[in-house]
Design a protein around this ligand. Structure first.
Ligand code: ZN
Length: 134
């Protein structure tokens, strides 16, 4: 067992806030981008970066906000099962060992990793959805 009952540890957490809309960086919020063809013809086409499927471009894209945290908790119990990573109890929480840290900064690094992994999975899911609808 890595930690003991009574240890004060930081628990890595993140809050996944629904994305906030920000101005599209490709078209600057206009929803259109200009292309120049080989014969110097200039045309404005709908921006692909901020359009979703067949919907017209909105000029805005979804950006995720990252809110990491590290809660200081006192370990009140542990669950040990053969072949399973030890899980700890603190107040009404059940905590995974790999999310507990003695040093707050380390917990925040872990929280950031967890958040990034979550956003990556969400982005992948969103792009898959777009592809399937085509
Ligand atoms: Zn755009």
């Amino acid at each position: 067992m890595k930690y003991n009952i009574g240890d004060k540890l930081y628990h890595a957490t993140f809050n996944h806030h629904e994305g906030v809309y920000v101005e599209c960086s490709d078209c600057g919020g206009t929803g259109r981008i200009r292309v120049i063809f080989h014969d110097e013809t200039i045309a404005a086409i709908p921006c692909g970066n901020c359009s979703c499927g067949y919907d017209p471009p909105t000029g805005r894209i979804l950006a995720y906000k990252s809110i990491e945290g590290a809660d200081l908790l006192t370990i009140t119990g542990a669950e040990i099962q053969a072949g399973e990573p030890t899980r700890y109890r603190a107040e009404h929480y059940i905590l995974d060992e790999d999310r507990l840290f003695v040093i707050k900064e380390e917990a925040l690094v872990k929280a950031k990793e967890m958040h990034d992994a979550h956003v990556e999975a969400e982005t992948e899911r969103a792009s898959k959805k777009t592809k399937e609808s085509r």
